[in-house]
Write a protein that binds this ligand. Structure first.
Ligand code: HEM
Length: 61
């Protein structure tokens, strides 16, 4: 809810600037194998993933 991390890491916009949008989209789509970060591809469309990427990188809806 705060994006500051807990089980997962801090994913506020200032913590994600090393990601280009395409790579960040792949992390959301495929998850991070071997960790608790799940793949979202079964639940989200590409359009929804793109929205999440934009939301995370800009910090705005
Ligand atoms: C739509 C919801 C979610 C989004 C957008 C999201 C996004 C991300 C991103 C961008 C990272 C990489 C952060 C970095 O490299 O600095 C990450 C890592 C991680 N996420 Fe998520 N996440 C979501 C849901 C979840 C859920 C539900 C869980 C746990 C049940 C989770 C657990 C983790 C963990 C443990 C990592 C770190 C993996 C590692 O050790 O590298 N995430 N998440």
């Amino acid at each position: 809810m705060t994006l500051k991390g807990g089980l997962g890491p801090d994913i506020r916009a200032e913590s994600l600037q090393h990601y280009d949008p395409e790579t960040l989209g792949q992390v959301i789509q495929d998850g991070i194998p071997g960790t608790a970060m799940p793949p979202w591809q079964p639940l989200l469309t590409q359009t929804e993933i793109n929205w999440v990427v934009d939301y995370l990188l800009t910090g705005e809806e």
